[in-house]
Design a binder for this molecule. Structure first.
Ligand SMILES: Cc1ncc(COP(=O)(O)O)c(C=O)c1O
Length: 379
């Protein structure tokens, strides 16, 4: 079977884990490897501070606390996203206001955001689907005029940019994922990026179980204690050591994914059989994507279901995701849709993600593209 995903292993991951255990003698967080990863992210994105977290979900939870979300506050986002985008705010009592997506990028439709704002709105959460940037100039302008915070869900956006700015570095807070399905991974993991240096101390306290232990480790206080609300959001050095090997090889991984993404695109876009039958990803001007995902869009749900069975019968495992949150059980309880669901449901039913990972080879991509062509020839 050609797997949809396999976690990336580029070379030095196991050496660094061994070093963390046998030389550094450190398994808990915030040692040598966590610091190397954080510094790398700060240099790559230009933010004041990057901190590794145990997941992007947890980075979003920290961001929700930094936004001081309270019972009844409203948070605007698209419904075509992973549940954590919403859940992190719901945990603090927010109501989620879903806005329709743009069918070309599957990102929030920036033109519909202003209509969804009420006196209770506190935050806008743009999700950069497939590592393709949302229309951030418009979103930042709306946020500024309405005094709202912006939390970028850049779970899929590491090493992608919008008008030259790294995704995750444009809003007040950016959240990365290093889950094993992402371009750079550490098993489970993520990071929060902060633009404002004045918020670093509060973020450190939230991430360190409500204590000022980070200050203690820097020698700025002589003992540490419980100072505010927080939780346990720092990953082990074992995970950070794995990630550091990947960040050191970030260009190699990116180039590898890009070559594979481009091959899919070239083979599928040049096929006469597929012309007008499937839709391919669209990258707006000003966006540099990171080849996180290669998807196609079929005519409708029925065609997608048949294509999945066909590909699986030929040992290829494509996947789809995100039942739109507004129609999920929790979404009905904790959210509402603003305006019309013109594209979210229909477009989500058409989207199918193709295998894309470090171990996938170019012949396998040719094989998959030939199969897609055969399916449409026969149907
Ligand atoms: C858009 C988006 N946000 C958040 C997450 C959550 O990331 P994590 O698994 O690191 O918590 C994901 C995971 O797939 C995601 O795709």
């Amino acid at each position: 079977m050609i797997n949809f995903n396999e976690p990336t292993l580029v070379g030095k991951e196991l050496d660094y884990i061994k070093d963390a255990v046998t030389v550094e003698h450190r398994l808990c967080g915030d040692g040598k490897y966590s610091h190397k990863c954080a510094k790398w992210m700060e240099e790559a994105t230009g933010v004041s501070k990057a901190m590794l977290t145990t997941s992007c979900t947890h980075a979003l939870e920290i961001a929700a606390m930094l936004c001081d979300i309270k019972e009844g506050d409203e948070v605007i986002m698209s419904s075509y996203t992973f549940c954590s985008t919403a859940d992190a705010f719901v945990l603090r009592g927010a109501k989620i206001v879903f806005v329709d997506i743009r069918p070309d990028t599957m990102n929030i439709d920036e033109k519909l955001i202003e209509n969804a704002i009420t006196e209770k709105t506190k935050v806008i959460v743009p999700v950069h689907y497939a590592g393709v940037g949302c229309e951030m100039d418009t979103i930042m302008d709306i946020a500024k005029r309405n005094n709202l915070k912006v939390v970028e869900d850049a779970a899929q956006g590491v090493c992608a940019s919008y008008k030259g700015k790294a995704l995750g570095s444009i809003g007040d807070y950016g959240c990365f994922s290093f889950h094993e399905t992402k371009n750079y991974c550490m098993g489970e993991g993520g990071a929060i990026l902060l633009r404002d240096p004045d918020e670093i101390e509060q973020a450190e306290i939230i991430r360190e179980k409500g204590t000022n232990r980070s200050k203690f480790f820097r020698g700025q206080v002589d003992k540490y204690t419980w100072v505010d609300k927080g939780s346990s959001y720092l990953p082990s050095e074992l995970n950070a050591a794995y990630l550091w090997a990947q960040l050191e090889a970030a260009d190699k991984i990116l180039n590898d994914r890009m070559e594979k993404w481009k091959l899919y695109y070239e083979l599928l876009s040049s096929s006469d059989v597929l012309k007008d039958r499937i839709k391919l990803p669209f990258i707006p001007d000003g966006c540099t994507h990171n080849a996180h995902m290669f998807y196609i869009k079929t005519k409708d749900l029925d065609e997608r279901t048949r294509l999945i069975s066909y590909l699986r019968s030929k040992e290829v495992n494509p996947v789809f995701h995100y039942v739109p949150l507004h129609s999920a059980e929790a979404g009905l309880k904790y959210g509402r849709f603003s305006g019309e669901d013109r594209y979210t449901t229909i477009e989500s039913e058409r989207l199918l993600r193709m295998p894309l990972h470090y171990n996938l080879n170019l012949n396998e991509i040719e094989y998959i593209c030939n199969l897609i062509e055969s399916f449409y020839q026969e149907n």
